[in-house]
Design a binder for this molecule. Structure first.
Ligand SMILES: Nc1ncnc2c1ncn2[C@@H]1O[C@H](COP(=O)(O)OP(=O)(O)OP(=O)(O)O)[C@@H](O)[C@H]1O
Length: 591
């Protein structure tokens, strides 16, 4: 059961806090050098740009009244030079920072992917795939600018602000206080909307996640949708989710717009006040026209960094909503992992023991209870029983895809919770009903578990499982490109490829979960030879509803009522005339 359906907002387990901030700083710190260069360039560019009002003041108060045309041309050229140099420096900085931003998101994204690969099945059982994908792709993109340019710009704007304040106080103290008077009003607006704005952006991240989850689900299930002509209904669902996203976005944007709106208005009001107070107190000694013009220019320049800071703040609040999700994923505990000091499992013989095993996917809801059995190395065991009885669960536990609720599973007498996962899983071969095909060639798919296998080894494995003939019928043979949906391949062909993949990996313990269900009876007969080859000398667990497939297994275990209800060879169980007998006769009658 998915904890989060596509249209259910995800609860945020750990809202953004100082710990997250420190975590973000780890990524930023790795790029310290280019960031310092970019910072120096920006500071230089800002300082050069700041000299312009001083030049203007001098030109208006001294050069123009003196009618000194030579000096005027000189000052004009200097002013032009300041602009050109500022632009060049800003361009270099922008290139450096774009690269820094990309490096940071590269690091976060690869960390996320690495972590996702380690997360246990339980994590994936609990949430729609689309909600995971959006974190790695969109959310990471969404934080790039804040984590790169954001930090530098923040420091720069503060420095800029201090510089401007120093310059303007040097020109006129009284008018400088008028410029500063707008600040408390602005801070009041920010404080008032802070929490609501943050929640609004969290809602945006939730709604985009929902939309993505539904989109992903719809694409995966497109066949079923079209088969049941559900297109119109699904369009309705999608439109609703897209509408929710739009509403959330517009609401969040309203807060974002409010901030520059107040900055703009405050800046206009203080500039008007400067003209008003300046012109009313005009006197040739202290309040010249040049001073008023310079101060009005400083007013605009003073409020510009505040506007920039408020935009940065907006971006930060937006990015926080994404960072929370990103760090939540990175913090997701890897509950199935190697214990400290776990040892590698030596090459296994194949004895598998369940010692009083109890298991629940969700606490309190036991699927298996107190199961004990011992399978000898090389023995083939079939698991049969009603749907939902727990057959797949039993085999998933052998690979330690989940932690046990109680008891132990031993391989060759070693508790699997005490050994490394890699050494355990690399000696197991698992084939499922839904054989997953990765995008790439058939050759790559067969050697997925053993990338170093030669082409000859791949072909030998394919021949052994009767896959070679159909593969050669493709124009490109083993080089035929397939994709993750296995297009070009029938379900049965996908299963045969997966057989070859497993045979090539040469595992000591084999698990076949409905692995032959999509193969027709004739191919299955053909395959039986290959399958016998595959099973020879290996411990195997075979789950099959088609009992003809499992009749020849050394042992058949009937799983029901949270345990193993019957166990024995086919003949023994038939003679017992119990549950297996009933199932077998029912199938025979159907045939
Ligand atoms: N990931 C999961 N999270 C929670 N419950 C699960 C999960 N997977 C299976 N279950 C539940 O565990 C029980 C056993 O499932 P399991 O897949 O092991 O049955 P099965 O015997 O293999 O069924 P089938 O023959 O249909 O494949 C079922 O009741 C199922 O609802």
């Amino acid at each position: 059961m998915a904890r989060n359906k596509f249209d259910v907002d995800e609860n945020l387990e750990s809202p953004f806090n100082i710990k997250h901030f420190r975590r973000a700083m780890v990524y930023i710190r790795r790029k310290k050098k280019p960031m310092l260069i970019a910072f120096a360039l920006s500071a230089l560019s800002a300082a050069i740009a700041l000299s312009a009002p001083l030049i203007m003041q001098h030109v208006v108060d001294v050069t123009i009244p003196a009618k000194d045309m030579g000096a005027l041309a000189g000052w004009s050229l200097l002013m032009l030079a300041t602009i050109v140099v500022s632009v060049i420096l800003a361009t270099i900085r922008s290139r450096i920072m774009t690269s820094v931003g990309q490096d940071i998101i590269f690091d976060i994204r690869t960390d996320l992917f690495k972590h996702l690969q380690e997360l246990p099945f339980k994590y994936y059982d609990d949430r729609p795939q689309g909600k995971i994908l959006i974190r790695v792709v969109n959310y990471v993109n969404g934080v790039s600018d804040v984590l790169s340019n954001g930090i530098i710009n923040f420091i720069l704007e503060i420095v800029n602000l201090i510089f401007i304040a120093v310059f303007m106080f040097a020109v006129d103290v009284r008018l400088s206080f008028i410029i500063l008077a707008g600040l408390p009003v602005f801070l009041g607006v920010m404080l008032l909307i802070k929490t609501r704005q943050r929640r609004a952006w969290q809602a945006v991240s939730n709604k985009s996640s929902n939309l993505n989850a539904y989109l992903q689900e719809s694409i995966s299930g497109i066949g079923v949708t079209q088969m049941f002509s559900r297109e119109t209904r699904n369009e309705g669902i999608f439109t609703r989710l897209a509408g929710n996203f739009r509403t959330a976005w517009m609401k969040a944007l309203r807060y974002n717009i409010l901030i520059p709106f107040s900055v703009d208005n405050l800046s206009t009001i203080v500039t008007a006040m400067i003209f008003l107070v300046g012109l009313l107190t005009l006197d040739p000694q202290n309040m010249t026209l040049g001073v008023i013009l310079a101060m009005s220019s400083y007013a605009a320049r003073f409020w510009q960094p505040i506007l920039n800071l408020s935009n940065l703040y907006n971006n930060f609040i937006n990015a926080v909503a994404y960072l929370e999700r990103i760090f939540e994923t990175l913090d997701e505990p890897v509950t199935v992992s190697d214990i400290p000091g776990a040892k590698a499992l030596p090459p296994v013989q194949g004895r598998v023991t369940f010692d009083d095993v109890t298991f629940a996917y969700d606490p309190g809801l036991n699927i298996l209870e107190n199961i004990s059995f011992d399978v000898a190395a090389g023995e083939s065991v079939a698991l049969v029983g009603p749907t939902g009885a727990g057959k797949t669960t039993v085999v998933n536990l052998i690979s330690r895809f989940y932690n046990l609720t109680g008891g132990r599973i031993l391989i060759d007498g070693q508790d699997i919770s005490q050994i490394t996962l890699k050494s355990l899983r690399s000696q197991m071969g698992i084939m499922l009903q839904d054989s997953f095909i990765f995008s790439g060639t058939i050759l790559d798919n067969i050697r997925y578990g053993r990338p170093d296998a030669t082409e000859e080894e791949v072909i030998a494995a394919a021949k052994a499982v009767c896959a070679d003939d159909f593969i050669r019928e493709f124009d490109q043979g083993y080089q035929t490109e397939v994709n993750e949906r296995g297009s070009k391949l029938s379900q049965g062909q996908r299963q045969l490829i997966s057989f070859a993949r497993t045979l090539l990996a040469n595992p000591r313990i084999l698990i076949l979960d409905e692995a032959t269900s999509s193969i027709d009876a004739q191919t299955e007969r053909l395959l039986q030879k290959g399958l016998n080859e595959l099973l020879k000398g290996r411990t195997s667990f075979i789950i099959a509803h088609r009992l003809s497939t499992v009749k020849n297994c050394d042992r058949i275990m009937y799983v029901s009522n949270k345990g193993i209800a019957e166990s024995g060879s086919h003949d023994e169980l038939i003679a017992r005339r119990g549950l297996y007998h009933r199932l077998y006769t029912a199938q025979k009658m159907e045939a």
